[in-house]
Design a protein around this ligand. Structure first.
Ligand code: C5P
Length: 310
């Protein structure tokens, strides 16, 4: 049987990101609002005897350093009967950007292999595996991504296009303790990534809590989110890692200033950067800003939230 499963893997932005301190295990205690956006990798999975991971991007390793490979190995070793999987990653999310590109591919592989091989693994068990792969993977497992299962021989094509849903959560702990926020749709999100990759470990390694001067007001952010006031939502976006990442990649601050001059109510770095996002409240400013930023930065994207929410 020639079966192929396609699953979308959406990127995330951190609308807020606060670091509360360093933990005994070397990680940092986080409090961050994560939001899935419509900038997606597409993961194609076919049954195979061995495990292989390929992609259309030269930036993606095809060995066990790839989080998608690690995810496949974990699920196949724990639930399989010796089978492998042939995985192809269509990469659209910039790498080393702070947009969880590798983590979302890993989460999609967990979901995809569970469906392809009908393992019937409960969500909690998938969530436990996901936390072993990386701090952002449990969040990336949330939501209902688009999935197409194509069984060529039997002529069946199944698509779950009724219920495509993105997720927004407050993540605490290392990032694995998740509380869902209500679904809200942001139609105009501009993302700009300078031509530079940052290592998450390096950014956190330089973090010093006594050097934080302003931190996000989570309470005010959630209030703005609940009443769905896009200008207020944008106003309360804030990331305490920005000043560290900006030392390693000064263009972060230039992009922020430029985006704000072009009409973003506020421009904020996502995760450990260096990608910067701006939430716009209408198409005119957003489209104009997209055109201007695109002239200087190839990796400029105008996107919306992923899915339509609940
Ligand atoms: O969990 P993940 O492997 O994605 O994290 C990459 C690096 O980021 C970790 O090795 C750690 O240095 C840092 N990190 C952290 N605290 C977190 C998440 C990540 O210090 N909560």
């Amino acid at each position: 049987m020639n079966k192929t499963l396609m699953i979308e893997a959406p990127a995330k932005i951190n609308l807020t990101l606060d670091v509360k301190g360093k933990r005994n295990d070397g990680y940092h205690e986080l409090e961050t609002v994560m939001h899935q956006i419509d900038l997606v990798d597409r993961i194609y999975i076919q049954p195979a005897l061995n495990l292989s991971v390929k992609s259309n991007s030269p930036d993606i390793p095809d060995d066990s350093s790839n989080l998608a490979y690690q995810a496949a190995r974990l699920i196949l070793d724990n639930y399989g009967r010796g089978e492998g999987a042939a995985i192809f990653i269509e990469k659209n999310i910039p790498v080393g950007a702070g947009l969880a590109g590798g983590s979302t591919d890993a989460a999609a592989v967990l979901k995809g292999i569970n469906i392809l091989y009908e393992y019937d693994i409960p969500f909690e068990s998938l969530a436990n595996i996901s936390a072993q792969i990386g701090s952002d993977v449990p969040f990336c497992l949330q939501g209902n991504p688009r999935i197409i299962v194509d069984e060529t021989v039997e002529g069946n094509v199944l698509e779950n296009d009724q219920n495509i849903k993105g997720s927004t959560c407050v993540a605490r702990g290392r990032g694995e303790l998740l509380t869902s926020l209500p679904a809200r749709f942001l139609p105009w999100i501009l993302i700009v990534k300078p031509d530079f990759q940052l290592s998450t470990a390096e950014v956190y390694g330089k973090f010093k809590i006594d050097q934080i001067h302003t931190s996000p007001d989570l309470h005010a952010f959630i209030k703005a989110w609940e009443i769905y006031d896009i200008i207020e939502i944008s106003h309360f976006c804030e990331n305490v890692l920005e000043t560290i990442s900006a030392v390693l990649c000064p263009e972060v601050m230039l992009i922020k200033k430029k985006m704000e001059r072009l009409g973003a109510k506020k421009a904020t770095m996502s995760g450990s950067g260096p990608a910067v996002f701006g939430v716009f409240d209408g198409p005119e400013d957003a489209l104009m800003a997209y055109r201007v930023m695109k002239q200087s930065y190839i990796e400029t994207y105008l996107v919306s939230s992923y899915g339509r929410g609940d």
